[in-house]
Design a binder for this molecule. Structure first.
Ligand code: COA
Length: 337
């Protein structure tokens, strides 16, 4: 195998990239049948690639073995303002290889991803972007292995479960759907969750400048209680936990099964954990989702979240996508000169 690298040219490479992505997806679906079949079609994959190319600063490459294209990857810069409601979760200056903007020929993952990232990383490090991320199908072990070998570590999981009842001990507490007047309780539980993410071993910095955007977002959700639902658990009249359901958010369309609702915020106050309150609230949320006609629930968790990662997985959520990150030593910008 002799691999060569060419910059991605949308006038030449869109069709071959769409074919490679559809082929990757068909193989991913054999490993994980929950993935949506619609993206077996190259035409739909092409739309995802075209959309990524509209991002300012996007840069991609095509990898060939002789005359055959065997992989492509397009990275897009992400510049997140401190006022962004999810500022805690993203570095302010980063670049991302999205779930639907990379593929290799099946069986060539290790060599082709290594070659591809070598070219992409050179381009972005030259531009002073040192925080790199990639999203990969959770069951695609060869892709995960290739990025591990390049210094990437897992930091996020997107996980999905069906709407079958939650089969575990649940505390006998009252669980009610919040309305607009419950905003203070919703906001306070949301803050508890963000503070949890700031603690060890997650260490997501709670950037207070993001508060206003977060408040506005939550108020918007509460205004449409039919589409979104905040389920709040009460013990002795005190709000002790919450699950927030909303339309799919921050999910790649290539990972979202039909009829999916998104579980955005899930938290129980620190002193009330481990007694079945989280399970009681989740149980109510799952019943609501089932009654609404949803068939799947998706969520994200930080893989370093000790309580969250354990709770969701033991409640039936199985990872469908992993987010992986690599941070490059920024002294490279001035050293060696
Ligand atoms: C994740 C979280 C919501 C779970 O809430 P919780 O009230 O602790 O959940 P439960 O008590 O129902 O279940 C937690 C564990 O306690 C166990 N448990 C519950 N009642 C129990 C009892 N009476 N006796 C023994 N064990 C019990 C459960 O089996 C479960 O065990 P597991 O995690 O090993 O499967 C809570 O830990 C939390 O808020 N964590 C911080 C915020 C967070 O991580 N949120 C998720 C963000 S992605």
């Amino acid at each position: 195998m002799t691999l060569s690298t060419t910059p991605f040219d949308s006038t030449k490479h869109l069709d071959v990239a769409a074919d490679l992505l559809a082929d990757r997806h068909r193989h991913d679906r054999v490993r994980d049948p929950r993935l949506p079949a619609t993206f077996d079609e190259a035409a739909l994959c092409r739309g995802q690639i075209e959309q990524a190319l509209t991002t300012a600063g996007a840069y991609g490459v095509v990898i060939s073995d002789g005359s055959e294209a065997v992989g492509f990857g397009i990275m897009t810069p992400q510049f997140i303002e401190p006022t962004h409601m999810l500022a805690a979760f993203f570095p302010p200056r980063g670049v991302s290889l999205g779930y639907s903007t990379h593929a290799t020929k099946d069986g060539m993952e290790y060599d082709v991803y290594r070659e591809m990232y070598g070219a992409l990383a050179e381009h972005f490090v030259d531009r002073g972007i040192f925080h790199h991320s990639v999203a990969v199908p959770a069951m695609n072990g060869a892709a995960v292995d290739a990025f591990n070998s390049l210094g990437f570590g897992r930091n996020m999981a997107c996980a999905v479960r069906g709407v079958d009842p939650v089969d575990r001990h649940a505390a006998p507490i009252e669980v009610h759907q919040a309305s607009a007047e419950d905003y203070p309780a919703v906001e306070s539980l949301g803050e508890e969750l963000t503070l949890h993410h700031a603690r060890s071993p997650i260490f997501n910095p709670y950037v207070r400048e993001s508060d206003e955007a977060h408040h506005t977002f939550i108020k918007g959700l509460l205004e449409d209680a039919d589409a979104n639902a905040h389920w709040i658990g009460y013990e002795d009249g005190k709000a002790v936990g919450m699950n927030t359901f909303m339309q799919p958010f921050f999910l790649s369309p290539m990972t979202v099964p039909e009829k999916t609702i998104y579980l955005f915020l899930g938290v129980v106050t620190q002193d009330a954990r481990q007694g079945g309150i989280g399970s009681a609230i989740l149980s109510q949320g799952v019943s609501w989702a089932r009654e609404k006609g949803y068939e799947n629930i998706a969520l994200h968790f930080a893989t370093a979240n000790l309580s969250g990662a354990k709770f969701w997985q033991s409640s039936g959520f199985q990872p469908i996508e992993y987010g992986m990150r690599r941070t490059i030593d920024d002294r490279i910008a001035w050293a060696n000169k």
